[in-house]
Design a protein around this ligand. Structure first.
Ligand code: HEC
Ligand code: HEC
Length: 229
């Protein structure tokens, strides 16, 4: 009896191994998009122009500006080319200064960024704020369910808006702006609402941009921040 069980176990695990191997191999072959000469040149331009002084890609670079590993899933090729040629024309009020690039550079950079975005990075980069969803700070102050939902929604919006590129909450995020770990202690919701509606009006000259979000999303974001204590 024991012997039969053992044999069955060995057969079963061999089958599982074979299936896993086939699965990995098929992923390996499908995860490398084709490297064209434009992609190679784009990588060269990426290096020459020091984009990583501000951006990260595949874990390398600085945290001043958004991670670009998956940028082509948010932005199409034409948008990227126009943006790189003249950032503020495509994105009024953007905090990215124009980098001197030729039209060919811009096209090659777009090809390179699109190529990188096509790589199977196994979920990299991690969503910066997932870790804070177990954050006890956001849970203790508001015990009613509706409030909790709004806070959770606000936390999601904080992540989507890329606030963590510049701000840190409980150790996660950038250092360009002040830490927001206890922002709810220092600023009330009325102030937060006013500031996020128009940062420039509240703090003239602040480098912080007005988030482009709906009124509902803003309310949720304020609820989330106001409860970080
Ligand atoms: C001095 C810092 C700096 C440098 C250098 C820089 N960027 Fe940026 N970049 C930014 C900032 C900040 C943003 C975010 C813009 C905003 O939020 O208004 C940005 C945004 C972008 C975006 C849009 C990201 C998105 O999520 O929509 C792309 C694409 C981009 N940069 C590509 C590049 C490339 C390619 C280079 C090199 C040629 C480069 N950047 C150099 C600061 C920089
Ligand atoms: C490009 C970097 C950058 C991004 C992205 C950014 N911020 Fe800021 N933020 C700053 C800087 C810098 C300050 C400090 C402004 C000042 O004091 O003039 C600031 C200030 C703030 C303050 C006020 C802090 C205080 O007590 O005075 C809040 C609240 C805030 N940011 C929330 C957010 C939220 C929410 C997001 C996402 C929607 C966000 N920020 C995105 C750079 C950024």
């Amino acid at each position: 009896m024991l012997k039969k069980l053992l044999v069955a176990a060995v057969i079963l695990s061999s089958v599982v191994l074979v299936i896993l191997t086939i699965d990995s191999v098929s992923k390996l072959t499908s995860s490398s998009p084709k490297i064209t000469p434009e992609v190679t040149r784009g990588k060269q331009v990426w290096q020459d122009k020091n984009c990583i002084n501000c951006h990260t890609i595949l874990g390398n670079g600085a945290y001043y500006a958004p991670d670009l590993t998956k940028v082509a899933t948010r932005r199409d090729r034409d948008w990227l080319i126009s943006f790189l040629s003249d950032p503020s024309r495509v994105w009024p009020g953007t905090s990215m200064q124009a980098v001197k690039v030729t039209p060919q550079d811009a096209t090659d950079l777009a090809e390179f960024l699109t190529w990188v975005s096509g790589m199977d990075t196994n979920g990299w980069p991690p969503k910066p704020l997932k870790a804070t969803s177990t954050n006890s700070n956001t849970q203790k102050t508001d015990s009613n369910q509706g409030g909790q939902n709004l806070i959770a929604k606000g936390e999601g919006i904080y992540g989507e808006q890329g606030c963590s590129a510049c701000h840190e909450v409980n150790g996660i995020g950038g250092k360009v702006g002040p830490s927001l770990s206890t922002i709810g202690k220092n600023r009330d919701k009325v102030w937060l609402n006013k500031f996020l509606t128009n940062p420039q009006e509240v703090k003239p000259g602040t480098p912080m941009l007005k988030p482009r979000i709906s009124q509902d999303d803003l309310t949720a974001l304020v609820e989330y921040l106001g409860n970080l204590k």
